[in-house]
Design a protein around this ligand. Structure first.
Ligand SMILES: Nc1nc2c(ncn2[C@@H]2O[C@H](COP(=O)(O)OP(=O)(O)OP(=O)(O)O)[C@@H](O)[C@H]2O)c(=O)[nH]1
Ligand SMILES: [Mg+2]
Length: 209
């Protein structure tokens, strides 16, 4: 998959339930993770353009958003979890929405669980991981914002996350950063992560059907 798709990336639409989801006619990659973890930022980097809204205030993505990339595959931005001030009803609405997408979606070829590199595995992340495993599609864990760590701290974080999620190498755990530093400075930790994720997506998309 080239860095910038030749055909444009387009927003297909948002939905909160199965009735609103597009036909499962192209392979799809789901982005799951805590609010503010960096889902929309990674999605935009992979699309090569600003498609999904990136915000400082958590909890902006409240629907399932579908983006089509080059007419070849789709990136699916799921609402974030774990933001403050959410009621029990809102939480179960979130779970219902995410499960209605994940379970039985024939076109789902890869789940990306995004977790913050700077934090130990959180209970909510482990719960989301369990949910993703129920989808029956392969999952990879993306450790985001690695640029905020020193190289050695980023290495230690990756080891801890591999212990928590890696299932002894069965689940890829990829350190990632979406910031682009200009100039001759050494690239930040995680700089090569976007390319690794891109190759993983390309592999799953190719293998579809
Ligand atoms: N330093 C750094 N900041 C990042 C990175 N990725 C995202 N951010 C910042 O983190 C904040 C949240 O990013 P989003 O991509 O909007 O996060 P999200 O997971 O889509 O959030 P919700 O839609 O609320 O669930 C923004 O201020 C981003 O600029 C990264 O790799 N490095
Ligand atoms: Mg978002």
């Amino acid at each position: 998959m080239p860095n910038r798709p030749s055909a444009p990336a387009v927003f297909l639409g948002s939905a909160t339930d199965q009735g609103g989801f597009p036909e499962p006619s192209l392979p799809e990659v789901a982005f799951v993770g805590r609010s503010n973890v960096g889902k929309s930022s990674l999605l935009n980097r992979l699309a090569g353009m600003r498609l999904a809204r990136v915000s400082r205030s958590p909890g902006r993505t409240r629907m399932v958003n579908f983006f089509e990339i080059g007419g070849v595959h789709r990136l699916v931005d799921l609402p974030g979890y774990g933001f403050a001030r959410v009621s029990r009803a809102e939480r179960s609405a979130w779970e219902g929405m995410v499960l209605s997408y994940l379970i039985g979606r024939a076109s789902l070829v890869l789940n990306l669980l995004l977790v913050d590199s700077r934090r130990d595995p959180l209970a909510l992340d482990l719960e989301a991981f369990t949910l993703l495993r129920r989808s029956g599609s392969p999952t990879a864990v993306i450790a985001t914002k690695a640029d905020k760590l020193t190289r050695s701290a980023a290495g230690a974080s990756l080891r801890a996350l591999r212990d928590a999620y890696g299932e002894e190498g069965a689940i890829p755990v990829i350190s990632c950063s979406t910031v682009v530093r200009k100039g001759p400075r050494r690239p930040p930790p995680g700089a090569s992560g976007v390319g690794i994720v891109q190759r993983l997506i390309a592999e799953k998309v190719r293998a579809w059907r």
